[in-house]
Ligand binder design. Structure first.
Ligand code: HEM
Length: 462
């Protein structure tokens, strides 16, 4: 219950940067938040023109303000323009439904994604990661190999998500699905972030391509759904779970179209994000051999065998490495909401109609909150250090009711992949920076060159 008298609060102060600086900062979606909050404070208003022409953007980068938006006022923070674009392109799904219609869908899907349940469909990453190491072995790992980490991690992620989400070995179809996902998501994000848009009814070539890409992905999802309906023993637990999911209050099932839309959105929401998390973590390990050795020692304690989801609770340091990587390079650099009424955020009044953006990367790197914020130090996430930190200071999966439903799954998958790869190889980064591009989520701007060698010394021949 929010009791603050919103109207008594001061209006969010306007950011003092010049128009040119504001434009530059908002275009740099991931790093812009740090520039804007350094100049305008943790709750700052960016206004490019009169409100009737363009809604004000309010950027929030303080833990208190983020909690206000995502948890305490979540009902009044609606889906915004990016969600609308995806919805028009790919139909209703958990990610894009407006709050009221989202509630029953979330109720039906939540049990599928609990920490306990994701273990049923979350083990594929170990296998995909082992297959990657086998490929490296076949290509000459023994004598050292130069590889592009970006490409390797994208393939591993696609392979693993295809298996766990769709219940399908994507193999050669993986590249086609990856291409389709890229066409669809960059079309939607481009439109959402552009001030002047062509009307939706205009059949532009880009729009036609995006629609065709969505149709390709939906066809794969439908094929799997029908295959699972025909064969209840088929190994596709997530598809079966969605087909069986019911709203716990009304008992209603999801329609086939809804299930396919959700499968598609899980692939879209899960692929680039997980690939970025894995690539960035491995690249950081490639620059910090001491951290890498400590992680390898933790995995070695479990014995030389394929890791399973049940091992994850014992991979505590691996998880710390992952958290630190998600802090420095959060795959979602920010999320946005539309204020549907005046809101109290971080001690200020945000006017109804504003777009309210959470600067995830900015709060993760705020020097007032993190000591030496740009240093890679997984010990920040040791249990005692984390215990005193605000819940809203580290938000790679956002937070509140509309946080990432795939969080447990993504953490499980990425932890297993990191552990599996580092147990078998030594990684040396060949570059000191990690270039990214931000079509909507942050992705590596490959190649990310690394040198890999076997971790254990070769057994001497007798
Ligand atoms: C490291 C990996 C991931 C990160 C960092 C991440 C991050 C996020 C964030 C920040 C949001 C909030 C978006 C918003 O409010 O607009 C979100 C939502 C969502 N994510 Fe993830 N995600 C990851 C992996 C996944 C995976 C693997 C799946 C699918 C299995 C997934 C499915 C979703 C869905 C469906 C939503 C919308 C939830 C809702 O509105 O109820 N994500 N994710």
């Amino acid at each position: 219950m929010v009791t603050t008298d919103t109207q008594a609060l001061p209006l969010v102060p306007r950011n003092p940067l010049s128009l040119r600086q504001l434009l530059a900062a908002t275009r740099e979606f991931h790093t812009g938040g740090e520039v804007l909050s350094a100049a305008g404070g943790p709750v700052t208003r960016i206004q490019f023109g009169p409100a009737w022409l363009m809604p004000p953007i309010v950027l929030v980068t303080s833990p208190e303000g983020i909690g206000d938006l995502l948890a305490r006022n979540h009902v009044f923070g609606e889906r915004c323009i990016v969600h609308d674009e995806v919805r028009h392109l790919a139909g209703d799904s958990l990610w894009v439904l407006p709050n009221e219609r989202w509630v029953p869908r979330k109720r039906a899907l939540q049990p599928v994604f609990t920490q306990h349940n994701v273990r049923r469909f979350g083990g594929h990453m170990s296998r995909a990661a082992r297959a990657l190491v086998d490929d490296w072995r076949a290509a000459g790992l023994q004598t050292g190999l130069d590889v592009d980490l970006d490409l390797a991690c994208r393939r591993v992620t696609m392979q693993s998500l295809g298996r766990s989400i769709l219940g399908l070995d994507l193999n050669e179809r993986g590249d086609e699905i990856a291409r389709s996902m890229h066409v669809a998501s960059s079309y939607a994000a481009d439109r959402a972030l552009r001030p002047a848009r062509t009307p939706r009814w205009l059949p532009t070539p880009r729009r036609r391509r995006a629609r065709a890409a969505v149709a390709t992905m939906l066809a794969v999802a439908d094929e799997m759904l029908q295959a699972c309906r025909a064969d209840p023993t088929r190994d596709a637990p997530l598809v079966h779970a969605l087909a069986a999911a019911t709203d716990p209050e009304t008992g209603e099932r999801l329609s086939d179209r809804d299930i396919c839309n959700d499968l598609l959105i899980f692939m879209l929401a899960g692929h680039d994000t997980t690939a970025t998390a894995l690539t960035h973590a491995l690249w950081q390990l490639g620059r910090h051999p001491d951290v890498q050795d400590r992680l390898a020692a933790e995995v070695a304690e479990l014995g030389d065998r394929e890791l399973t989801p049940d091992d994850v609770p014992r991979l505590r340091y691996t998880r710390q490495v992952l958290d630190e990587s998600l802090r420095l390079c959060p795959p979602a650099a920010g999320v946005g909401r539309l204020a549907v009424r005046d809101l109290a955020i971080g001690g200020y009044r945000v006017r109804a109609g504003s777009i309210v953006a959470v600067g995830i990367q900015a709060v993760h790197r705020d020097p007032a909150l993190w000591r030496d914020p740009l240093a890679f130090d997984p010990d920040r996430f040791a249990a005692d250090a984390s215990a005193t930190r605000s819940r809203w200071q580290f938000v790679p999966f956002a937070g509140g009711p509309r946080s990432c439903i795939g969080e447990h799954f993504a953490l499980l998958e990425t932890t297993l992949a990191l552990a599996t790869i580092v147990a078998a190889t030594r990684i040396e980064a060949r570059s000191d920076d990690f270039p990214v591009e931000v079509p909507y989520t942050t992705v590596a701007k490959g190649p990310i060159p690394v040198h890999v060698r076997p971790r254990t010394p070769p057994t001497p021949c007798s």
